[in-house]
Design a protein around this ligand. Structure first.
Ligand code: FRU
Length: 481
């Protein structure tokens, strides 16, 4: 692998030298250049956070998957590391697909999917996918240990292993597509990371619901166990499931050796346009954190013209409160705050410009939804983004329109009950993440405003709105351009 890694690294350096930065994030993790998709192998190991990711270092398009690598002391400031894995060995001739990382008695161990095209690149009808192991003592240089788990008979789509240790036993969930074309999650038990026994089908789709479940994860939180995964093939249903693929959780009960007993339906984790393949990990102090890929398959990605594509969401702490999942930006992100300005609170009617140019900002807004009688009210960023309450439909709407990129559409959630609606909004050069009411809901979308079209306005249309509190923070840029 060494030579292929060197070639990949050299290719990346070349891409990086020519990379543009108009849309390149100020404070989100993105590849130095080239393509990025799923987060992989998120782990706190030997005093550092590691984020690996699906990476094509030689191109801004998806291709033979490598594992990119970055490390951080705080999940906020990231340092790029050498590419960790390159494909091309017998077990992974065409790609090192998604997977996870564990600490095996001081050995940083990556468990990932080795991918092979059996009948031409891109032909999903004839592939081989196996689970593989790679290990490292220094956390930077990895040695492949080869295949450790082949698919069960009759299963071809078999990928994205998530491994954890519980009471001295290794466990692994793997995403699969069964012989009826239904997505499912398979559970394995391991004596070591090299020897695995099939335990059970942990959960699966009903006929026609979804054909493949990618990137499974399984963890305890609060009183329950959460199965998190990314189903492909769900049909849109009203305001739900509108992206090409979804990501979400099923909550339930589980004990080692037993079945998973779901306690409710599949719930989407994020209601924006761009969120996929989230993975969880434990922070140094035990908080459960998730990071997702802030993009969507087959979406238009204007940053490709700059020689890069793909970025991660901010890390979010997830908790269970009164039986429901909450997601909040990790507290470490407060370190990004530089200076703040209050926004004019009180009664608002018509439109008011409150900032001329925002590219790295955190915005805090609390609306009184009872006192606000406007037909719709909220904010707009330039001409391309609106985040507003539709008072007739009683929904919070995130609408983006970037015609040059072929992007135009909205996502929305029901207005949460309660008088006050508090929004914590992170804006970067090409993204917006909206945390609603202390993480009751999140909407994440990529945005592509021109440089001269980033003014911030508050507005209330047809009657008044009541803004109880508004604050605008400028955040630090943590990436070199
Ligand atoms: C999810 C996914 C995974 C796969 C990887 C390939 O986005 O399709 O199932 O391992 O991306 O890059």
């Amino acid at each position: 692998m060494k030579q292929r890694l060197q070639l990949a690294q050299a290719g990346l350096e070349k891409m990086r030298a020519g990379r543009g930065s108009r849309y390149y994030p100020h404070y989100h993790l993105a590849p130095p250049a080239g393509w990025m998709n799923d987060p992989n192998g998120l782990i706190w190991f030997n005093g550092l956070y590691h984020a690996f990711y699906q990476h094509h270092p030689m191109s801004e398009h998806w291709g033979p998957m490598h594992w990119g690598h970055a490390t951080s002391k705080d999940m906020v400031h990231w340092q790029h590391q050498p590419i960790a894995l390159a494909p091309g060995d017998v077990e992974d001739p065409d790609g090192c697909f998604s997977g996870s990382a564990v600490d095996d008695d001081g050995v940083l161990s990556l468990i990932y999917t080795g991918h092979a095209w059996l009948d031409g690149v891109g032909n999903d009808a004839a592939i081989r996918q196996v689970q593989c192991l790679a290990t490292s003592r220094d956390g930077v240089h990895f040695e492949k240990q080869g295949e450790v788990l082949a698919p069960p008979d009759g299963i071809m789509h078999f990928r994205d292993p998530k491994v954890w240790r519980q009471d001295g036993t290794w466990w692994m969930v793997v995403g699969a597509r069964d012989d009826r074309d239904c997505g499912q999650v398979l559970l394995y038990r391991g004596e070591t990371l090299r020897d695995w026994t099939f335990e059970r089908v942990l959960a699966g789709a009903n006929d026609g619901e979804s054909y493949m479940w990618e990137c499974p994860d399984f963890f305890p939180l609060g009183e329950q166990h959460y199965l998190m995964f990314s189903p492909q093939g769900m049909r849109p249903c009203g305001y739900a499931f509108r992206n090409l693929f979804q990501s979400g959780t099923i909550a339930g009960r589980w004990q080692p050796g037993g079945a998973f007993i779901p306690a409710g339906p599949f719930r989407e984790l994020d209601h924006g346009h761009d969120f996929y393949a989230p993975q969880s990990f434990s922070a140094a102090d035990g908080r459960r954190i998730i990071i997702g890929w802030m993009d969507m398959w087959e979406s238009s990605m204007p940053s490709k013209a700059e020689g890069w594509a793909g970025c991660m969401t901010l890390p979010r702490e997830i908790t269970e409160e009164n039986g429901a999942l909450r997601q909040r930006p990790v507290d470490e992100l407060l370190a990004l705050r530089q200076s703040s300005a209050p926004l004019p609170s009180g009664t608002l009617s018509g439109e008011q410009q409150v900032a001329t140019h925002i590219t790295r900002s955190e915005l805090l807004l609390t609306w009184d939804t009872q006192a606000s009688r406007a037909e719709h009210y909220g904010l707009r960023l330039g001409d391309g983004l609106r985040l507003y309450v539709d008072n007739q439909a009683r929904r919070l709407v995130l609408w983006r329109c970037y015609p040059q990129a072929g992007l135009d559409g909205y996502r929305s959630i029901p207005l949460p009950p309660g008088v006050l609606l508090s929004l914590r909004i992170f804006v970067d050069r090409s993204s917006v993440e909206v945390f609603v009411n202390e993480g009751e809901a999140v909407l994440s979308s990529r945005i592509y405003p021109a440089d001269d079209n980033r003014s911030l306005h508050l507005y209330a249309a047809q009657d008044e709105a009541m803004l109880c509190r508004g604050e605008l923070w400028t955040l630090a840029a943590i990436q070199a351009d």
